[in-house]
Write a new protein. Structure first.
Length: 179
């Protein structure tokens, strides 16, 4: 597991070096979990990164790619991730969820944002059941500072009769920088 995690982190680090795209780097913390993420801002292709860990030793970490576009004042992103996921029960492997992100401006510096990533059963997973990641929240941004509050849920479906594992489920607060 340590070798796989190290390989993912090195690959993400190497992919971040040549990019000059706008992005938010946010540290979120909730009841019994922490997360660090990089989300592209604006239109066009961008690289993402998620590293989430709960206090019960469950984690999800890895890079992704997203394509952003604006439709009628709504910022949308379509993307895919390659996450190493490990539950507190020791079930772990690679999950490749696909999903959407959306952000709607409510006021000059305030936005409502959400994300939904999902992969069914064993379709795009290595030794795992389905994987789900959902989040919704409010984001206040006065460049370069970003402040967030919301709710996040991540789960890993059981495979071959194993029970489902909830990796993260709860409110969060976050702070970060936007470049």
């Amino acid at each position: 597991m340590k070798k796989a995690l190290f390989a993912i982190l090195v690959c993400v680090g190497l992919t971040q070096v040549p990019t000059a795209e706008a992005a938010n780097y946010v540290f979120r913390f909730g009841d019994r979990y922490q997360e660090l993420s990089r989300d592209p801002v604006g239109e066009g292709p961008g690289l993402t990164f998620d590293a989430a860990r709960s206090s019960n030793t469950a984690l999800a970490v890895g890079p992704g790619i997203s394509i952003g576009l604006k439709v009628a004042g709504v910022s949308l992103g379509v993307g895919a991730k390659a996450l190493y996921v490990s539950s507190s029960s020791g079930n772990g492997g690679l999950a490749t969820p696909f999903g959407l992100t959306a952000s709607v401006g409510l006021a000059s510096h305030l936005a409502l944002s959400g994300r939904a990533y999902y992969t069914p059963g064993t379709a795009f997973n290595s030794r795992l059941g389905g994987y789900s990641q959902f989040a919704a929240g409010l984001q206040w941004s006065l460049k370069p500072v970003v402040v967030e509050a919301g709710w996040r849920y991540e789960s890993l479906g059981g495979r071959r009769g194993a029970p489902d594992s909830r990796l993260i489920n709860g409110a969060y607060a976050g702070v970060g920088l936007s470049f």
